[in-house]
Design a protein around this ligand. Structure first.
Ligand code: 5GP
Ligand code: ZN
Length: 117
């Protein structure tokens, strides 16, 4: 059920501590950690502690937490000394989503000026 921990979800396991991660920020409702396969010098993931399959589902069910993801993304970028950064919400397998627990990528630390895809 949406909002409940999913036994087969890697990000639920990071929330529970069953899978280790390099966590850089925590709030009561979110967790921010470094991506295991970084695509830029800064590559962070901000996730809600509750399970929703993607960002739109999270925003529909719990808009306050969706907003908090953006606040935490900006704060985490600032912690890494970034003034410029890119936020990406992959939604659906054809858009490259591989983990079906809502998350936003925070990318920066190199020029990201060559287009979106
Ligand atoms: P998506 O492709 O779903 O938008 O992004 C999922 C991201 O999660 C990928 O960038 C991938 O590298 C990252 N990821 C997958 N498994 C793990 C893990 O166990 N730990 C961490 N830190 N990142 C993970
Ligand atoms: Zn999950």
């Amino acid at each position: 059920m949406a909002g409940e921990p999913q036994a087969d979800c890697v990000f639920c396991k990071i929330v529970s501590g069953d899978i280790p991660a390099t966590v850089v920020r925590r709030t009561d409702r979110t967790l921010t950690f470094r991506d295991i396969n970084p695509q830029a010098p800064t590559h962070l993931l901000v996730i809600p502690r509750v399970h929703h399959p993607d960002a739109a589902a999270l925003a529909a069910a719990e808009p306050d937490i969706a907003a908090e993801l953006l606040v935490e993304a900006g704060a985490a970028a600032g912690d890494d000394g970034l003034e410029s950064y890119r936020l990406i919400f992959n939604t659906g397998a054809d858009a490259g989503q591989t983990v079906f627990h809502a998350h936003v990528h925070v990318l920066g630390g190199k020029p990201l000026t060559e287009g979106l895809v």
